[in-house]
Design a binder for this molecule. Sequence first.
Ligand code: FCB
Length: 465
Amino acid sequence: MPKDRLDFPDNFIWGTSTGGHQVEGGNTYSDWWAWEQKGFIEDRTVSGRAMDYWNRHEEDHDLMAKLAYKGFRLGIEWARIEPQKDHFDREAIEHYRRMLQSLRQHGFKICLTLHHWVIPHWVAEQGDWLNPDTVSQFLRYVKFVIDELGDFPDYWVTLNEPMVPAVMGNLLGHFPPQRHSIWAFRTVSRSLLRAHAGAYQLIHTLHPLAPDNTQSKVGVAMAYPWIEAWNSRGLAGWYEHFAAFIARRLSSEGWDYTIQTGKPHWIHGGPAIAGIQNSYDYCGINYYTRASLKVDRRKRSQYWIDNSQAPEGVKITQMGWQIYPEGLYRTICSVWKRFGKPILITENGIADDTDKQRPCYIVEHLAQVHRALQEGIPILGYFHWSFLDNFEWREGFSKRFGLIAVQHNDPDLVRAPRRSAYLYSEIAQKNALTKEIVEEYAPEAMTTIFGVEETKHLKGSTYEQ
Ligand code: FCB
């Protein structure tokens, strides 16, 4: 019999997620800042003052508390803390301390990211992660942060989606520093593995206890797109399966193998990396979509593969990404099988400026989280991406992931909660996905979640494109 409500475990963390560069504004000493000025952002915006979270954090934390959210994932920026080589900025660190204190006073669980793709400009100038000195310099910054701010994080994220800058910046050339080189990809991915292993050990050595006196919890927020072959006929079909095999290794399986076994996967190559084996206390999952890989002879720079097509009948988002909630469940199961460690959903969300698709997206993905919980997989919390609209990298401000709408060109940067912000608030307060909530906010999901037809007057309302 279908149930009336999907209850979540006590202490489940209902959080939201952000990245430093994307919301703070004024990250002027960074590589991304410099790159944006060159006109590479698709909508011709630059991060600029972003959402001015740097100055408005108190207001934002009050809003989160009002909405009864329980956790917050934020990043700190190396480029702010060490804007010039060997110069550590006291003011910046004190500013971060005040932000974290405010989060603590509001009672939020804090998930802190040490590296979310962006590096100081001086590091980029010296050859970023290709330069053999960068890892030790990164670890010096990490040590400084642990010494100064180590009391705050309930969860540490050493790196956000490390394979994304490795692939996008070094293999496909879509992100800075725009390389197209397998050699650069390998070197950078190895540096990032070393950076993670070093940070993991530093945290455990210098700050072995979390705020609740249990052991510190350190992990990576890993991107897990669900990757499949399109299944064309003949040679094209064969190539799609081959591409899917490679893409899975590149996006997460290679990295995960290295962490699990301690032996560098062939995509990274090279000798063993000290301290890498088992360097997760929990597994962070960033999940958004499924990619169906299809041969397209025009996509030469993408090795003749198009990943932007959706099979017929599958809904897509404003990013052009497929909506595939089951992929979250399948990812959770495979990560659990691989590592056997507790799981934190560190990102999941949708670009949707009208908020038509978001309510359904949220409840259908949460139902898949619940499905995994029912099977006994320990999932600690869910951090929705994102709290605010923000600077979406190459896409600029035109893609809006926020529960809270903010117009980047509004002089006052007014925070306007979308309907989804209240939906998420109700779920957090009830610690459950109930029939009433789903019927009110996303009636089109009633059948998939509760096996009930949506009521007539609401039929087909919001989910259609
Ligand atoms: C993830 C990134 C995050 C944001 C979302 C939409 O890959 O970690 O910063 O851009 O995608």
